[in-house]
Design a protein around this ligand. Structure first.
Ligand code: UDP
Length: 328
């Protein structure tokens, strides 16, 4: 299939684009490079552009004869979304609408959407299944939930079929060593811990140790970015094969506390990584762990790297290698 990947120069998008190309699809990437990296585009045709540009989207769909879309272009920082909500609604909702309208106009019928566990808000029960109420606690999660609602309508009215993938905590890096996580500024736990281990960062703070968990720190479900990417390939194929629209969680079903992550990272790098206890971060639920039984059962998805140590090892190879600077 010929597939347009929006945000294909970003962390998850670059891994998705690589796997798509490796599994025989034709890939066209659009990315405005605000968060993405040109060096992260390893395969396919690259178009530097913004989803605010309706004319460009229409032209790409038509001239490239796009058959399906994987939509990852978005802002994704919880903290920022609570300071600048307009930025999130504009990019994650309004710009996404431009994409859908261009799809309608050019009769592109399939879309895989990059959603998030943040749509659930504070969980009522663990593990979280897809039927858990979606009551987002922040603008980021809400912007993604709004877009899921819009997808539902476009399916009903315009016959665009979608699969929405609600990611838990993406982590790790591609085994090639050529792409990995590189945010600026970095806010995610595993890269921050590894930067601290490399001496590239002075302080590592644990955001609160008074949560109602065994060691008092927050528990998350970390999923290898390559396993996430595989799910997108399965989802595109399922849509093409006639599956109707639906939502899937993506996680390993195993939760690790912040302290466990830091200790495991210490084992990987071979030395203790020192952390200080800081304030809680607003909007952080104590525990987020996925049930991914639905996608396992229906699409046969199975994570290849479910083990936290393996995930951190792959991230460590990437960070030790210097990230994109190491590819210069
Ligand atoms: N966290 C932390 N220190 C940091 C960064 C993150 O203690 O410097 C915690 C954060 O509060 C959360 C977990 O690590 O409980 C994962 O955070 P991350 O930002 O990686 O992902 P999120 O869960 O927000 O998607």
């Amino acid at each position: 299939m010929k597939i347009l990947v929006t945000g294909g120069a970003g962390y998850i998008g670059s891994h998705v684009a690589k796997k798509l190309a490796e599994s025989g699809h034709d890939v066209v990437i659009i990315d405005n490079l605000v968060k993405g990296h040109r060096e992260a585009v390893l395969q396919g045709k690259f178009i530097e552009g913004d989803l605010a540009d309706k004319g460009l989207l229409d032209r790409i769909m038509r001239e490239e004869e796009i058959e399906g879309v994987i939509h990852l272009a978005a802002y994704s920082l919880v903290g920022e979304s609570m300071e600048k909500p307009g930025m999130y609604y504009e990019n994650n909702v309004a710009n996404g609408l431009n994409l859908l309208e261009a799809m309608v106009k050019n009769r592109v019928r399939y879309i895989v959407f990059s959603s998030t566990a943040a749509v659930y808000g504070e969980p009522l029960e663990i593990p979280i299944t897809e039927t858990h109420p979606a009551v987002p606690a922040n603008t980021y999660g809400e912007s993604k939930l709004f877009f899921e609602k819009i997808l539902e309508r476009y399916d009903q009215i315009h016959d665009i079929r979608y699969i929405s993938l609600r990611y838990f905590n993406a982590a790790g890096a591609d085994s090639s060593g050529k792409i990995g996580e590189a945010h600026d500024p970095e806010t995610h736990l595993i890269p921050i811990v590894l930067e601290k281990a490399l001496g590239r960062r002075e302080n590592l703070y644990i955001y609160g140790d008074d949560y109602p968990t065994a060691d008092g720190t927050c528990i998350r479900d970390y999923i290898h970015v390559e396993d996430l990417a595989d799910a997108h390939i399965l989802a595109v194929k399922a849509l093409k094969d006639g599956l109707d629209s639906r939502i899937y969680n993506l996680g390993n079903g195993e939760g690790y506390s912040v302290k466990e992550v830091i200790n495991t990272a210490g084992e990987v790098v071979g030395k203790e990584i020192k952390a200080e206890i800081g304030e809680r971060r607003p909007g952080d639920p104590a525990v987020l762990v996925a049930s991914s039984e639905k996608i396992k059962k229906e699409l046969g998805w199975e994570p290849l790297y479910p083990d936290l140590k393996q995930i951190i090892e792959s991230a460590w190879r990437w960070h030790k290698g210097g990230g994109f600077r190491g590819n210069d």
